[in-house]
Design a protein around this ligand. Structure first.
Ligand code: AAL
Length: 421
């Protein structure tokens, strides 16, 4: 009996230690280990695993400084005329902090009707949501409640650049002065395409007064070039001692528009700007949202192209690679970037900004609203609640993304065809 007990207890011990032993055992050579290695293991890997270690800042998104979710908060302080489409605010600039408060500039439309399309547009009826607009600005103590300060850049007299509409602005601070770059329309957007060059105004203070330079500062490309018709979303940063201005252009024409982004650099905010020989530097995206990050420039790539909904990084500010894949990115994001103009050698990233939602009330009252977004793309913050990968939605959310009439018809036809086969 005594021996039996000893044998049984020996068996129990060896079984339980055996189990632990199995987990702790070194994996056989060439087998990917159970405990996820932070460093690339020295074994033959599949393309997917190679990519996971080579192409991202960390192999887990939770540790990837350029991975984030985005959270949105409705802004206080803006009136939209009961959302009847006669007032719109969209395409915000970066947010800056000056004189003890935050500043943002944006496209402001106040017209007797909502946009009516190019054909029905007149001197007072807008073709698009950014037609017949001026550039307004607002200030805030906390980034949530804003006080509209009124017009910063009004439409200039005809024939000056932007006489039809000034829109989609962004801010630069350079040697103690402020520069607002913006799209300057000379005809209603949509008449031919969304055609415009970029103009600039300057001021000694973010409160203005703004002096229009009244010249095109970033011209369209030559005939046949990808950016021959439009220079959109001008977005200046200070990088490598120069002004790095990113922009988007619509190429390829309707109905197969391709949106890509380019870079123009200058030593003087009023130009001349030199377009980068490798343009376009980004194959995807819509509005431009970049920020200094580590030694390079990071970008939010939204909405259009093969690489939409990615965050990208270019160590040289030119050659961008995918740094993370995410979702629900801010449209027209204008982040608060503390080191946007400091010529930093090690960018710290962003945690919030202002973006927009368009056609908020449907297309008959087409207009946009400004919103706040928060995220964690910052080296100084580690907000694990922003680093989740699993965002849950109720079925209603998905059903809103339902099939359209044409698709339902196609499916009905496919069913019919199958039956009649
Ligand atoms: C935006 C931007 C530019 C376009 C239009 C207004 O989202 O890309 O500004 O011209 O749409």
């Amino acid at each position: 009996m005594k021996y039996l007990l000893i044998i049984v207890s020996l068996l129990i011990v060896s079984c339980s230690t055996g189990q632990n032993k199995e987990v702790k055992e070194e994996p056989k050579e060439g087998i990917f280990p159970y405990e996820f290695p932070n460093e690339k293991p020295n074994i033959k890997l599949s393309n997917a695993m190679e990519r996971n270690y080579n192409d991202y800042m960390a192999p887990r998104p939770q540790d990837n400084e350029l991975y984030t979710q985005f959270k949105y908060t409705e802004l206080k302080g803006f009136d939209y005329n009961n959302h009847d489409g006669t007032i719109s605010r969209r395409d915000p600039s970066k947010v800056i902090f000056a004189n003890g408060k935050y500043y943002v500039w944006y496209t402001h439309r106040e017209t007797p009707t909502p946009p009516k399309g190019a054909k029905n547009s007149t001197d007072v009826i807008p073709s698009s949501d950014w037609d017949l607009c001026d550039i307004f600005y607002a200030t805030s103590e906390d980034g949530f409640t804003w006080e509209e300060q009124g017009v910063a850049i009004p439409r200039p007299e005809k024939p000056n650049v932007g006489w039809r509409s000034v829109s989609t602005t962004d801010i630069l601070e350079w040697k103690g002065k402020y520069y607002l770059y913006y799209q300057g329309f000379m005809e209603a957007s949509g008449k031919r395409g969304d055609d415009c060059p970029v103009a600039v105004s300057y001021a000694d203070s973010p409160d203005g007064p703004w002096t229009p330079y009244n010249k095109v500062v970033i011209p369209n490309g030559p005939e046949g070039a990808w950016d021959q018709f439009s220079i959109h979303d001008p977005y200046p940063l200070v990088y490598k001692g120069k002004i790095y201005l990113y922009y988007k252009s619509d190429s390829n024409g309707q109905p197969n528009l391709i949106r890509m982004q380019g870079l123009a650099t200058a030593d003087n905010p009023l130009g001349p700007f030199t377009k980068h020989p490798l343009n376009p530097v980004m194959n995807s995206g819509h509005e431009t949202t970049m920020f200094p990050f580590k030694e390079g420039i990071a970008a939010l790539v939204i909405r259009d192209g093969n690489e939409h909904f990615t965050v990208q990084y270019a160590e040289d500010g030119v050659n961008f690679d995918i740094a993370s894949i995410t979702e629900y990115m801010p449209s027209a994001g204008g982040p608060f970037i503390p080191d946007a103009f400091t010529d930093t050698k090690y960018g710290k990233g962003i945690t919030w900004g202002i973006s927009h939602f368009t056609a908020v009330n449907g297309w008959s009252t087409n207009h946009a609203v400004l919103t706040r977004f928060d995220c964690d793309l910052s080296l100084d913050v580690d907000d694990q609640d922003m680093k989740r990968t699993n965002v849950h939605h109720q079925p209603e959310f998905y059903y809103k993304l339902g099939l359209n009439g044409k698709q339902k018809k196609r499916i009905a036809q496919e069913n019919e065809d199958l039956k009649n086969k």
